[in-house]
Write a protein that binds this ligand. Sequence first.
Ligand SMILES: [Zn+2]
Length: 190
Amino acid sequence: MTEATLGRLEIICGPMFSGKTTELIRRIEEARNFGFTTRAIKPTTDTRYSALDLVTHTGQRIQASAAMNAAEILAIAKEFPIEARMKVIAIDEAHFFAADLSQVCVTLLSWDFRVIVVGLEFDHRGDVFDPFPTLFNISHNITRLVGLCAVCGCDAIHTQRMIDSKERIVVGGVGDYEPRCVKCFAPSRG
Ligand SMILES: [Zn+2]
């Protein structure tokens, strides 16, 4: 029998268009090839392309379960088959779940899940999204991806909002946001 995995938290963060979901899909497919039971989760508010798939901006896709809030992630975890000893939960667009996600991740780790958290580290004002400072402290591995600044071509860590909104989270795609470097990023006032 295969040994059960120990709880492990991996973080993939970076601005929009830096390849985060592509990296998530790569890790899920790799884990499946090693015999892990995997589940990808995304927030239900993200309806950009499809309610049940994780889709990259270049069209790669895998099936996902939709969660309305962080607590629902635990409900999905409880649906794993009892015989599954190598378990992976990957959470895309993790910033949608806000600070509640931290405790959920602690619980998943205590249940020996390998957890992959993927999301934006910074909002449109350049402020850190709530779950990340805490998640960084309890993570075993952090991958910080950079995009290509849409203005100057340098490494981009920020996401520039091109549309007018005061909301912290606005679902958008190509044209609504662009990656920007620290110099070219202009924090939204809203
Ligand atoms: Zn730039």
